[in-house]
Design a protein around this ligand. Structure first.
Ligand code: SAM
Length: 294
């Protein structure tokens, strides 16, 4: 069967339906079947799995998912794409398009209705770039029953997500995501495989959910508050960042020094040098004294 994702077929489909791209919805469609094959391979998608997609566009990736997975459930916000998808995906009977904003939909109920409880699920998508982080964080924070996430996003965001301590990309986003998942960049993707071409380079990342979070934390919201505060100004020490970000209190700085030292963190270190485990211990030490900061 001819792939949707060739430049010629994509142009034909767009022309036939008089479709014009909406930049505000992050509409950059893939036009290279090799990249699509690489994405489904990187996901390890087989007929045992259900696939969840955000943003099918005209169905370029969706049809690859349909060929490999047991079933595909794909959320699309743009109503204009529905008749196009009915046309392009007509050969596949295992695809369900949900015409809803992924960030507003009751995703958990949709997944419960569409898949059986034993189906292992993965999210595989070429994400709309204006909301890549909120989409990933929604899956993780709401503990949606999705075991693996393999998504295309901006290379710069991929670098931050998979960054290790001590690098300039490492920050609160790396920690938030690596707390729940093992993160790796699996592919760098040139602009030329998209129509229209985006302004930035892209990458595909694979996030594999940990069975248990990487470290034990007393309170997750507080842990994330501490990590964000620690990176508020990258050039500042962790002590100065925490001191300026956490609410005022008596002898605050002394208390912070005490907590930092109690977990073996030199107050003059910068946030970017702390491992996730160190942040967890630090946040547990700070929690009894600063929990009103959540
Ligand atoms: N999967 C297609 C491909 O690879 O060619 C299209 C990917 S395109 C980068 C992003 C898609 O996400 C578009 O179809 C866009 O309309 C859709 N989209 C944007 N915001 C969305 C949202 N909040 N919920 C669901 N879909 C959204």
């Amino acid at each position: 069967m001819k792939d949707i994702a060739t430049p010629i077929r994509t142009k034909e489909i767009l022309q036939k339906h008089g479709f014009s791209f909406k930049k505000s919805l992050g509409q950059n469609f893939l036009i290279d079947p090799n990249i699509l094959r690489n994405i489904t391979e990187a996901a390890g998608l087989t007929k045992e799995f259900g696939a969840v997609e955000v943003g099918p566009g005209i169905g370029a990736l969706t049809e690859h998912l349909a060929r490999s997975a047991k079933k595909v459930v794909s959320f699309e916000i743009d109503q204009r794409l529905v008749p196009i998808l009915e046309d392009t995906l007509s050969p596949y009977d295992n695809v369900e398009i949900i015409l809803q904003d992924f960030l507003k939909a009751d995703v958990e109920s949709v997944l419960r209705e569409q898949f059986s409880p034993d189906d292992p699920l993965m999210l595989v998508a070429n994400l709309p770039y204006y909301i890549t982080t909120p989409i990933i964080m929604r899956v993780l924070l709401e503990r949606l029953p999705i075991d693996r996430i393999v998504v295309m996003l901006q290379k710069e965001v991929a670098d931050r997500i998979s960054a290790k301590p001590g690098t300039k990309e490492y920050g609160s986003l790396s920690i938030a995501i690596q707390y729940y998942t093992e993160a790796e960049t699996v592919m760098i993707v040139p602009k030329t495989v998209f129509m229209p071409q985006p302004n930035v380079d892209s990458a595909v990342i694979r996030l594999t959910k940990r069975k248990e979070p990487i470290a034990r934390v007393e309170d997750e919201d507080f842990f994330f508050t501490v990590t964000r505060a620690s990176f508020a100004q990258r050039r500042k020490t962790i002590l100065n960042n925490l001191s300026s970000q956490l609410v005022e209190g008596k002898n605050k700085k002394d208390l912070l020094v005490q907590c930092l030292e109690s977990v073996g963190v030199d107050p003059t270190r910068r946030g970017e040098t702390l491992s996730i485990e160190e942040f967890a211990e630090l946040s547990n030490a700070l929690y009894p004294h600063f929990k009103e900061n959540i």
